[in-house]
Design a protein around this ligand. Structure first.
Ligand code: SF4
Length: 667
């Protein structure tokens, strides 16, 4: 009997139509956990580094995590992984909602798609019945609309459907995969689905998921439940309201957007809009938001209700969560929030990422204003004064890949290269080759510098963590905060936090010091990785301050669920193994130190020497060489000798490169 996992993958060969139910090796779960961890292993084994995003060999994996389908609160993430057309590295956006639990109940841990279908299809999985069905009649349908059409066609009102819209069909690089109450948005998963001609994946399952020690799991989950109740009733003092609770940022509940609108540079801007949040704006935005929200909604088995059902101007209803409320309005310099709600509805039907897409549209406007794009490129576009109309027009062109939209659909990095004539200067938000960072900040933050630079997620949106984003002004406040902090991996972090000050020697960018930053960042990133292996929502774990799931209870829950009986150190070792394999996979595709640089103007104040020191200190801490490649010693410790052999054969890891390598660079 397999516990927590189902022990089977579905292998779908789209070229031949062959469907196979494949039993998996439990040893792989012991080594890499589930979810993202075992998906990375599939990509390493099956996708050589020469494979390009739109090659047949680029497999597409929809993966559940170990806790999906169990009674664990908020365990509802599906990790979708593929080589990204934007970054050409491994991408793994994830979606919440109900899909992953349904797949688990159908009896599978992952669906792995290989090759391409000759014509449009969708996959229908209901327990043992697996069908590749004709989807030619669904081509051109919206990503939300098509979910209902498929449920009707199957006469399965409870089927969960993940689908693409026109943007995915047209292989737009920011195309998302939409699914009821969530979406896997970043890095172009929708484009890979479109390339393979998969319009949707519908699932329905009725099987049980077994736990190794159900009684113990429930006992532990009772503690989690009590903590959720406690935290909801007792928001964390001394931090902004939005950081004081748990769950994904409660953007649908909060109406005060002074901090978000004035502290970040949105869209493609280099500057913040100081003084934007006037009394009039506050009044109008609050009333628009409250009237647009029909009710708050949650993902599968979660009490937090971070999403909202939106109904504006008789458009079809849709779900909004998080920052898409702001991204379009702010990027378009439109002061009317109703515009944001309207354009997001259209964007979701097209199926595009709500962070990168508004940035591309703002980038196009900037190119036009600076004479790089011309009136001819904008032929048919509403006049410049009609900022809302202009954004709708650009979004339509992008999703249809029409005219200038065909170039913009590749994202700012690739579009700038194609446009030339100085356009590259305006694609100023890119990191790790081509991922677009959506915001800009003032003073370099050493922790976030390291996270942006080195995180596998390669984007800002999910790499916030358990460590507070800023020091508290008074020592008494800091001492109060650390008193109730059972989520910490080590007591010494309490002192780091108490010593962290707003001004003076112990303030950013020089404090926390590079060695402290390395420990804190490694801890926070490890938590994200564990969530992604378990299928847990980061909003209840790695993303927020003082969450219910953390490094001191994960291992107990995993042991009760799977029967593996692991302690905290063993859990860390498993996660380190999968993270190093993940890193090596990207190294094998060409990623190294040269790519680990946040955009030049991401922070206004930069410190080049400190940044180099941060990177070198962190690499050393992680057991990576000067170029950011895991050393043979490190790989050996993690039972990854086969990875070291591969990197050496390819000349990526030179014999003997290790700590000596750092010393040579230091002089
Ligand atoms: S915390 Fe919010 S985003 Fe996360 S699972 Fe719950 S409702 Fe969904």
């Amino acid at each position: 009997m397999r516990y927590a996992e189902m022990g089977y993958h579905l292998e779908i060969d789209l070229a031949t139509g062959n469907v196979e139910k494949v039993e998996t090796d439990p040893k792989l779960t012991e080594l890499y956990l589930g979810g993202l961890g075992t998906s990375v292993k599939q990509h390493w084994d099956r996708v050589p580094p020469e494979v390009k995003p739109f090659d047949d060999e680029n497999i597409l994996i929809f993966s559940t995590g170990l806790f999906n389908g169990t009674p664990a609160f908020s365990a509802n993430r599906t990790v979708v992984s593929f080589i990204s057309p934007q970054s050409e590295l491994l991408a793994y956006p994830m979606m919440g909602g109900f899909w992953s639990a349904e797949l688990k109940h159908a009896g599978y841990d992952k669906i792995i798609f290989s090759n391409k279908s000759p014509d449009w299809v969708y996959l229908w999985v209901k327990d043992d019945k697996v069908e590749i069905r004709d989807a030619r009649h669904l081509k051109g349908k919206g990503a939300l609309e098509v979910q209902d059409l498929i449920r009707d066609e199957l006469n399965e009102p409870n089927a969960q459907v993940a689908a693409i819209g026109l943007a995915g069909e047209n292989r737009c690089f920011t195309a998302s995969i939409e699914q009821g109450r969530s979406s896997a948005s970043r890095l172009g998963g929708g484009a890979i689905m479109g390339d393979k001609k998969i319009k949707a994946v519908a699932v329905r399952g009725t099987r049980d998921v077994h736990l190794a020690d159900g009684a113990r799991f429930f006992e532990l989950m009772q503690e989690v439940k009590e903590y959720i109740k406690f935290r909801n009733a007792n928001p964390i003092p001394d931090v902004m309201t939005i950081l004081s609770g748990i769950g994904s940022p409660q953007e649908m509940v909060h109406t005060d957007e002074k901090w978000h609108t004035e502290s970040f540079s949105w869209g493609n801007a280099r500057n913040r809009r100081k003084g934007f949040w006037t009394e009039d704006i506050e009044k109008s935005w609050k009333s628009t938001q409250l009237s647009a929200i029909k009710r708050l909604i949650s993902c599968y088995n979660c009490p937090q209700s971070c999403g909202a059902l939106i109904d504006v101007e008789n458009l079809p209803r849709y779900m909004m969560k998080c920052f898409s409320k702001l991204t379009y309005s702010m990027a378009a310099y439109v002061d009317n929030l109703a515009f944001g709600f309207k354009i997001v509805q259209r964007a979701q039907e097209y199926g595009v990422d709500g962070f990168s897409t508004p940035q591309i549209l703002a980038f196009a406007v900037e190119l036009k204003e600076n004479g790089i794009l011309t009136d001819k490129d904008f032929e048919g576009c509403p006049p410049d004064e009609d900022k809302e109309g202009r954004f709708f027009w650009l979004l339509d062109r992008l999703a249809h890949r029409e005219g200038i939209g065909d170039i913009l659909a590749d994202g700012t990095y690739w579009a700038a290269k194609r446009i030339g004539n100085g356009a590259e200067e305006y694609a100023h938000n890119n990191i790790k080759k081509h991922e677009q960072l959506p915001i800009k900040l003032s003073m370099l933050d050493p922790l976030y510098y390291l996270m942006y630079a080195t995180n596998e997620k390669i984007s800002i949106t999910q790499i916030e963590g358990n460590w507070p984003q800023a020091p508290f002004p008074k020592r008494e406040q800091r001492e109060r905060f650390v008193k109730d902090w059972p989520q910490l991996p080590d007591e010494k972090f309490k002192q780091y936090f108490i010593d962290w000050e707003l001004r003076g020697d112990n303030s950013i960018p020089h404090f926390p010091t590079p060695p402290m930053c390395s420990e804190i960042v490694d801890w926070m990133e490890m938590l994200h990785n564990i969530d992604d292996a378990l299928g847990l929502c980061a909003g209840m774990a790695s993303f927020c301050l003082k969450p219910p799931y953390h490094i001191n209870n994960y291992h107990k829950l995993i042991s009760a669920a799977t029967g593996m009986d692991i302690d905290r150190d063993e859990l860390k070792r498993k996660v380190n193994r999968s993270r190093n394999l993940h890193r090596a996979l990207n190294n094998r595709r060409g990623m190294s130190r040269k790519d680990e640089k946040p955009p030049k103007d991401h922070w206004r104040h930069r410190f080049p020497e400190l940044e180099e020191e941060l990177l070198t200190t962190y690499y050393t801490y992680k057991g990576w060489n000067y170029d950011g490649i895991p050393t043979r010693e490190r790989l050996h410790e993690l039972d990854l000798d086969y990875v070291a052999d591969d990197l050496e054969q390819r000349g990526i890891l030179k014999d003997g490169q290790g700590q000596k390598d750092h010393q040579e660079h230091q002089g």
